[in-house]
Design a protein around this ligand. Structure first.
Ligand SMILES: Nc1ncnc2c1ncn2[C@@H]1O[C@H](COP(=O)(O)OP(=O)(O)O)[C@@H](O)[C@H]1O
Ligand SMILES: [Mg+2]
Length: 267
């Protein structure tokens, strides 16, 4: 599994954001993008989530499941409880509902349909096992505990939470999701020291791929501690704006790889 951008070009009006930019992130890599405000970090996440199209070039994330912690948290159904919102981080309920529908169909199905239904059941079972359906609740509770989310919040509707609390539960849900790729946009803004330590360890050991954005120096420490080997070639743009991937073993001084510099205006 790789996440790849090739010959990416994007402008907003006269403002060039990416010019022939490219990157390659491999399985298990943890990459960081560091850049000043307006450098184009969040925009890259929009492109990766297919919320925004490039002017030209390609981006590929394969069939990977992506979980994104956006810079601005938007929770679509704010009337659901915090616990429901967190549990929906893994599609366990939907898979279980699909499975029970197939059980019901199997009762009345013609013999000729059995093989196909059993195959579908098998697929759903495998998916449920992937999401640790039998111990998912305890995994989630551990994350809740270690992110220091007050247990009293769990029964509350999301719309009763403060902005900071919403950010924290959105972060917990992303960590719980077991996605192939985690995209974290300035993730440490609302975390206290203990939760930051937990997140740093969690990301370091994460089996999937991770890409985080930050403005230095707000979460540079999380990056240098949790980012592992990276192979990223960026030609994003010219002079000091975004860039970089961090190799865990690298010293901070050598963190920039083919660094950017500030953006150019089209003439
Ligand atoms: N939809 C948009 N339309 C026009 N300009 C945009 C749009 N989205 C972002 N920009 C501009 O692109 C630049 C990069 O934005 P962004 O990716 O949010 O930066 P960062 O996350 O690095 O702070 C900024 O100058 C921003 O104003
Ligand atoms: Mg941003």
């Amino acid at each position: 599994m790789t996440m790849k951008g090739s010959k990416m070009n994007l402008s907003f009006g006269s403002e060039i954001i990416y010019e022939d930019a490219e990157f390659l992130i491999n399985d298990h890599d943890k990459a960081g993008i560091v850049g000043v405000n307006g450098a184009g970090k969040t925009t890259l996440f929009h492109v990766l989530m297919h919320e925004l199209e490039l002017d030209s070039g390609t981006i590929s994330t394969g069939n990977s499941r992506i979980a994104c912690l956006p810079q601005e948290i938007v929770i679509h159904d704010e009337t659901c409880t915090v616990l429901d919102y967190l549990q929906e981080g893994r599609p366990i309920r939907r898979l279980e509902a699909d499975l029970s529908r197939i059980y019901q169909r199997l009762e009345h199905a013609a013999v000729t349909e059995h093989a196909s239904l059993l195959k579908q059941m098998d697929k759903l079972q495998t998916r449920l096992e992937f999401f640790d359906c039998y111990k998912a609740d305890s995994i989630l509770l551990d994350i809740i505990d270690r992110m220091q989310i007050d247990i009293d919040l769990l029964d509350m509707p999301v719309n009763r939470l403060s902005g900071g609390q919403k950010s924290k539960i959105a972060f917990a849900r992303v960590l719980y999701s077991k996605a192939d790729i985690l995209l974290l946009d300035e993730p440490t803004n609302h975390l206290d020291a203990a939760a930051k330590e937990f997140v740093t360890e969690f990301l370091k050991n994460y089996r999937g791929m991770g890409l985080s954005a930050t403005i230095p120096p707000s979460s540079i420490r999380l990056f240098t501690k949790s980012c592992s080997s990276i192979k990223l070639r960026t030609k994003f743009l010219s002079t000091t704006a975004i860039t970089i991937l961090i190799k865990r073993s690298m010293q901070r001084s050598s963190v920039c790889v083919n660094g950017f510099s500030s953006r150019r205006k089209k003439r």
